[in-house]
Write a protein that binds this ligand. Structure first.
Ligand SMILES: [Zn+2]
Length: 376
């Protein structure tokens, strides 16, 4: 039963997307050329296209009632309240993002407009002419994915919604600012975790590594605490639980959190950060009180590559990340240091970010003070 639930949680969106992913081919160089984000203004123009496309799709489904959502998502029951909340959050964020993306508008720049308030923006979105292509195909799939998760929250918990205002997903970062996070490590000595850390060091970049206690302990036994401290020097290390199990379905979830936090803080005192990321984003509705007592913060995400899926190539994952970075314009990026695809897609993303004015937030400063008006 547990296995089935997890499989659905991790892979459910694939039902909407398999056909689309198969169409993405080519090398990462080709991708960069097909979307030349060579300046901050080019980033904004591509961002406006993503935002208006997603907003038009959102507008088209605003009037869906419960039976329509059940039919659309293929679910026997849907949580209309969470669907409505998630959509409202999206609308507020999209309006803000569109305003940011329009600041560089001048002359004949495409998709510019004066969206002063939500009503104006909704109208503009409803009138936006959808163009068939990768952006529309991706955003259709992405909206279905979000609604599929929202419809089942909180029975199936995920990153799509929150149990407490203290849970974070990256919305509180600044425009164009992204935090890198890496899950599921570390690998054995000399594995992908090591090469990824070497790459980050060379690039003077950092991120939060949400490690599994079991993996860290295995590595500690194979080497030493000092080796691990050197390995993660300059990086931040948070917890992903002791084992990769749903922390909503596992009766030992509190032990898992406490045990992994103790191991990380004792082994890596300089890199330890009191941040926890639940595997699959799954946690219990009443877990915020436990996390507060442990002085831990739950960090979810809003931008993920899904490169863990064997059907998703490095190119697919890179495209997905870029679509989402253009749409949300800020946030927590989730990829996996244990995945060989990350070694391919991350350098590409770092190159694109350099040219297009995206910034990488320092993991040391996360979570940083949010601007209240931005975080609504
Ligand atoms: Zn994970």
């Amino acid at each position: 039963m547990l296995r089935v639930v997890l499989l659905v949680a991790a892979c459910g969106w694939v039902f909407f997307t398999g056909a689309v992913q198969a169409q993405t081919t080519g090398t990462l160089d080709d991708l960069a050329l097909s979307r030349p984000l060579t300046s901050p203004a080019a980033f904004d123009a591509a961002s406006r296209q993503e935002i208006l496309t997603f907003a038009r799709l959102l507008a088209d489904s605003d009037a869906f009632d419960e039976p329509r959502w059940r039919q659309q998502l293929g679910l026997p029951a849907v949580n209309m309240q969470v669907i409505a909340e998630v959509r409202q959050r999206f609308w507020r964020r999209l309006l803000k993002n569109y305003q940011y993306a329009s600041e560089s508008c001048s002359g004949a720049a495409a998709h510019c407009g004066a969206a002063k308030d939500l009503a104006t923006f909704r109208q503009q979105a409803a009138n936006f002419a959808l163009v068939d292509g990768p952006t529309k195909r991706f955003q259709e799939r992405y909206l279905s994915e979000r609604m599929w998760l929202a419809a089942q929250f909180p029975t199936l918990s995920s990153e799509v919604a929150f149990f407490s205002p203290k849970e974070r997903n990256g919305d509180e970062l600044l425009d164009r600012q992204f935090l890198l996070t890496f899950d599921d490590g570390p690998t054995a000595v000399g594995g992908y975790t090591d090469s990824l850390l070497a790459y980050l060091r060379a690039q003077k970049l950092n991120g939060v590594f949400f490690v599994l206690g079991g993996n860290l302990q295995a590595r500690l036994q194979a080497t030493s605490a000092r080796d691990l401290q050197q390995l993660y020097a300059g990086q931040c290390v948070g917890m992903h639980g002791w084992e990769h199990q749903s922390h909503a379905l596992w009766d030992k979830w509190q032990e898992s959190v406490r045990g992994s936090a103790a191991l990380v803080s004792n082994t890596l005192p300089d890199s330890y950060v009191p941040l926890f990321r639940p595997p699959f984003g799954q946690r219990l509705a009443d877990s915020p009180a436990f996390f507060a007592k442990q002085k831990l913060e739950v960090v979810l995400w809003n931008i993920e590559g899904q490169e863990w899926d064997e059907k998703v190539s490095a190119e697919d994952a890179a495209q997905r990340l870029l679509h989402l970075m253009l749409l949300w314009r800020r946030g927590v990026v989730l990829i996996h240091d244990i995945q060989p695809k990350t070694a391919v897609l991350l350098p590409w993303l770092v190159q694109v970010a350099k040219k297009s004015g995206m910034n990488w937030a320092s993991c040391r400063r996360y979570p940083m003070a949010a601007t209240p008006a931005e975080n609504q």
